[in-house]
Ligand binder design. Structure first.
Ligand SMILES: *Cc1c(COP(=O)(O)O)cnc(C)c1O
Length: 353
């Protein structure tokens, strides 16, 4: 079965080798307070910073999911009020989670077909956090680095938190434009689920100290204390941290990955131009995601196409949220092989008008 699901997604093809090494080298049994683990942690962070171009002054943390990052931000960072800019199901979930925890979150929903209009934002003075989903996995839309930079510039006194779960390691992100970035590894990193990365600016850490919240196993203050020693607060997914280190070691720099993925995306875009029954849900190139492709069609045809693909050994991603029934999704993630893309294109040519 070949999967194009946008998470959990096709894993890196070197994993069998890395897993074998992990077994033979005893990685799966090492203690998370041991020097062996600390060395893996440190190397993994170094590689992430180098390959993804994370500023030196930023700190990388390991958590278990993007969802956990939503909680950590709400419990350990937001002091007064957060403002959530979203256009789809994931951004909305983040807003709802935060509202439940802090009781003081405001949502601003924008049109998924258009870029956010910064002038229309109504951010109250007391707001200390702006939250934004860079790549909305539910509809295949994205927010550009340039736009994030403009928000930063217009609101210099507020911290900016970015959900980049389905784009980090697939596109170039200018981390210096925001304070908190996070992603789980089952999307662009090509790894099994159960690990996420949270990247924080020095200002974010300052805020955590000011907020002074230390009541939870995943309180950011506690995580910061442990991270200084290349450790985590609880027994982490050591195997996945090891696998992430190996994948990063072998991965090209993000500029090259970005180039390759956007070329692939442009080919997909051109390819789907020729179909009558399906079309990109997001047609505006300014906001169309290059890592998650959502295709829209008639409800019954979407179902039939997914079924036919499955019979042909190909898994397509289901639609999500309000687009559940009339779209399906295709991951354009780095781990997917050229020959798999050829097979999928052949499937469309033979089965879809
Ligand atoms: C997948 C996804 C999440 C949730 O990730 P988990 O690892 O399941 O917590 C959050 N935000 C976005 C944008 C996603 O694509």
């Amino acid at each position: 079965m070949i999967t194009f699901y946008p998470g959990p997604s096709r894993v890196n093809s070197q994993l069998p080798e890395y897993l074998r090494d992990a077994y033979l080298d005893g990685i799966m049994s090492i203690n998370h307070r041991s020097p062996e683990f600390e060395a893996i942690y440190q190397r993994c962070v170094e590689l992430l910073k180098e390959k993804l171009q994370v500023p030196d002054a930023y700190t990388v943390f390991f958590t278990s999911s993007a969802t956990e990052c939503w909680e950590i931000i709400a419990q350990s960072l937001i002091e007064k009020r957060s403002y959530h800019i979203y256009n789809g199901a994931f951004g909305e979930k983040w807003y709802q989670y935060t509202k439940k925890i802090t009781g003081n979150a405001e949502g601003y929903k924008f049109d998924e077909h258009k870029a956010v209009k910064i002038k229309k934002l109504t951010i109250a003075d007391e707001t200390d956090f702006i939250c934004l989903t860079q790549n909305e996995t539910s509809n295949g839309s994205q927010v550009s680095n340039a736009l994030i930079k403009r928000i930063r510039k217009d609101y210099p006194d507020k911290l900016l938190a970015i959900d980049a779960t389905s784009s980090m390691a697939g596109i170039f992100l200018d981390f210096s434009n925001a304070d908190i970035w996070y992603a789980s590894v089952q999307k662009c990193f090509g790894l099994p689920a159960g690990l996420a990365i949270m990247i924080c600016s020095p200002e974010a850490l300052k805020k955590a100290k000011k907020r002074d919240e230390n009541n939870h196993y995943n309180s950011l203050l506690f995580m910061m204390e442990k991270a200084q020693h290349n450790q985590t607060a609880y027994t982490p997914n050591v195997l996945n941290i090891y696998l992430l280190m190996r994948v990063m070691e072998n991965s090209k720099g993000i500029i090259q990955v970005n180039e390759k993925m956007s070329k692939r995306f442009r080919k997909w875009e051109k390819f789907f131009n020729d179909f009558m029954e399906v079309a990109l849900l997001i047609q505006n190139p300014e906001v169309c995601s290059t890592t998650v492709i959502a295709l829209k069609g008639k409800k019954n045809r979407v179902e039939e196409i997914k079924e036919a693909a499955k019979k042909g050994g190909i898994t397509l991603g289901n639609g999500y949220g309000i687009h559940k029934e009339d779209t399906f999704r295709i991951a354009n993630f780095p781990a997917i092989k050229k020959k798999e893309i050829r097979l999928l294109k052949k499937f469309f040519t033979n089965n879809v008008k």
